[in-house]
Structures are given as structure tokens and as C-alpha cells.
Design a protein around this ligand. Structure first.
Ligand SMILES: [Zn+2]
Length: 341
């Protein structure tokens, strides 16, 4: 039993005026056939040696018991349900409408009524799958005011974009997992995707940068990682590079282009597509230290005005490229002999 506070006032238990203690204690109750342990709140009267619970306290204790039951059964708690709803910025009644449930259903689930397992599963799916929620919402479009529907739709689309980026990051991580322990491949650094995005933005936003298509960007990244490793014994991003005819190409290079935060224009050249990096919105670079920027500035001074062919030719003369058979991973051990300092 924990004493929360004591107050000198009229005791609701014995009606005398004395010090009344507010207490919390572990207790249990059988609910839907399950023994549920939970923490209850009450007042304690020392004179009568009795507990007293007001209407508000009974209410609070019932919620605590129901949430303990929800947790025990693996169901969402009231707060978790409310948080899913808040994530979509939708009202209780509109969420119930989107689900075609009774108007007060969500309101009750965020309170004393414990949801059944089927409804619980639907709420969890909404949490993890914005795209699916969007289809539910679309079905109820005609029942919602135009501006309200537009607001929800925008929010879901925003979350959907976010979940796509999460998925993409997971897939990049999966492709990198096998290199995580190999110092020659990854330079002893686990791929830092947030930093990678900032490095690419930093290059894209460099004042004199020209011809910044995919091939050139991939070379700039390789130089940034190698120069960082040469100077500090740790790469800038942790990308792993394969030796290809046009120089270094990172593992998961296709996925990297789709990361959120980059601004890329696709340009059709006959039957191939060019990916041109545009100036990025991010100009804060919270992940980049002064040392990082010094390294990136060296690379920018060297290559900003070079064409793709020029930077590829330049890289072809690096010992790292000459000594790595085509298709193999370029080892960070060659950083010591990099042409840049
Ligand atoms: Zn009393």
C-alpha cells in the first residue's frame, strides 16, 4: 500500500474531521472469467480502519481493472486506442463511421467497454496499415462533410508516405545485414540512413554542383565515405560499395534513390531513365558535424563541376578501383591510398 497524500478534512467514512489518507494498493478481481490484478485508489480512515471509495474513484478503479484485463489478454488499452485515433487526427464518431460501427463504439472502447478480439484486430490493422484505412475512409466519403473528408484523407496519405519510407528503410537494412560485421566492407560502421539522406542533400544543395545524376552522386558518396575513413578510421555513412564498370556503386542503390527527403527528377533518355538530383528542402543537416562538412566540402571542391565521365575517369585511377575485381566489394582498406586528403 502506498500513501499518496494526507489531508485534514471531514472523512467520508466516519464523518469525523481528521487526517484522511489517499492510498493506492494492489488488488484483484475476476472479470470475464479471468483473475485480473490491478492498482486501485481509495481513501483510508484510520479511526474506523476502513477504506472508502468515492464515485470518481470507483470509476478510475474500474478503468484500471479493465485496462489490466486488456493487457493480460493482449488487447489494446484505452490509451492505445485513443493514440491510434489521434495519429489519424480523427474524431471518435468519425472513426466509428469509417468502420461502419455504431456511433458510440469508439467512445465506449476508449472508456469502460472492453472491445472484443475481432474489433481489436481491426483497430491494430488500422494502426499498421494506413493504406487499408484509406480504403475504409473512401467508402464512407459521402457521409462526411467535404472539408472533413479532405482533412482525413490528407492525414492518411501523409502517414502512408511515412510507412512506405519505413518499409524502404527496412528493406535497405535487410540488404546490409550480411555486411554489418565485415570491417573491410562497411568500414566498421552500421549504415546510418538518416545521415546518408543528409549527405545526399548536402551534395545536391552545394552551390557549384552540376550534372548531379545518379552515377555522379554514387561516386561522391564513395569519396565521402573513403575520405572519412582515411581521416578518422570511420566512414561517413556506412554504405558498402561494389566495383562496377562505372566505378563504385552502393548495395541497395536503387532503393536509396527512393528515400524520403531527397528530391529527384526522372528524365527519359530514349529507353533509359536518368535520375537527376534537385536541390533538397533540408538545409539544416542536424546529423552532420563540422568534421563531416569539412570532408564533404573537399569532395565538392574537387568534383562539383565535373561531368559523370570526368568523375568516373578519376575514380578509375584509384588503387581501390584498379585492385578490386569487377563485381566485388571495394574494401575500406584502400582508403589510406585515396588520391584525396
Ligand atoms: Zn474517518
Amino acid at each position: 500500500m502506498r500513501f499518496l497524500k494526507k489531508e485534514f478534512r471531514q472523512c467520508a467514512c466516519c464523518m469525523e474531521t481528521h487526517e484522511v489518507a489517499l492510498v493506492r494498493f494492489q488488488t484483484y478481481m475476476t472479470f470475464k472469467g479471468e483473475k485480473v490484478e490491478y492498482e486501485a485508489v481509495a481513501e483510508y480512515c484510520e479511526l474506523a480502519d476502513e477504506y472508502y471509495t468515492s464515485g470518481d474513484m470507483l470509476n478510475e478503479n474500474d478503468m484500471a481493472m479493465k485496462n489490466a484485463y486488456r493487457k493480460k489478454m493482449g488487447l489494446l488499452t484505452t490509451d492505445e486506442i485513443a493514440n491510434i485515433r489521434k495519429k489519424y487526427a480523427i474524431t471518435q464518431s468519425d472513426l466509428a463511421l469509417a468502420l461502419n460501427w455504431g456511433g458510440k463504439t469508439i467512445t465506449r472502447y476508449e472508456s469502460h467497454q472492453v472491445q472484443d478480439a475481432a474489433h481489436d484486430a481491426i483497430l491494430k490493422k488500422i494502426d499498421s496499415d494506413p493504406e487499408w484505412f484509406l480504403t475504409l475512409l473512401e467508402r464512407q466519403e459521402r457521409h462526411l462533410p467535404v472539408n472533413v473528408y479532405a482533412k482525413y484523407q490528407q492525414k492518411v496519405t501523409e502517414l502512408f508516405g511515412q510507412s512506405e519510407d519505413d518499409y524502404l528503410r527496412k528493406s535497405i537494412r535487410a540488404q546490409y545485414a550480411k555486411y554489418d560485421k565485415d570491417v573491410n566492407c562497411c568500414g566498421g560502421k552500421r549504415l546510418d540512413i538518416d545521415k546518408l539522406v543528409e549527405v545526399m542533400c548536402y551534395f545536391a544543395n552545394a552551390y557549384k554542383m552540376q550534372y548531379l545524376y545518379k552515377v555522379k552522386m554514387m561516386k561522391l558518396l564513395w569519396y565521402a565515405d573513403m575520405l572519412s575513413y582515411k581521416r578518422r578510421g570511420v566512414p561517413m555513412t556506412g554504405l558498402v560499395y561494389q566495383s562496377m564498370p562505372m566505378g563504385a556503386l552502393p548495395i541497395a542503390h536503387k532503393s536509396i534513390l527512393n528515400l524520403k527527403g531527397l528530391s529527384i527528377e526522372e528524365i527519359e533518355h530514349g529507353n533509359s531513365t536518368g535520375y537527376r538530383f534537385l536541390r533538397a528542402e533540408n538545409k539544416e543537416y542536424t546529423m552532420l558535424t563540422k568534421e563531416d562538412k569539412d570532408i564533404l566540402d573537399v569532395i565538392i571542391r574537387q568534383f562539383a563541376e565535373n561531368t559523370k565521365e570526368e568523375i568516373v575517369d578519376y575514380m578509375h585511377k584509384e588503387k581501390a578501383y584498379i585492385e578490386t575485381p569487377s563485381g566485388n566489394i571495394i574494401s575500406y582498406k584502400y582508403a589510406a591510398e585515396l588520391s584525396l586528403d
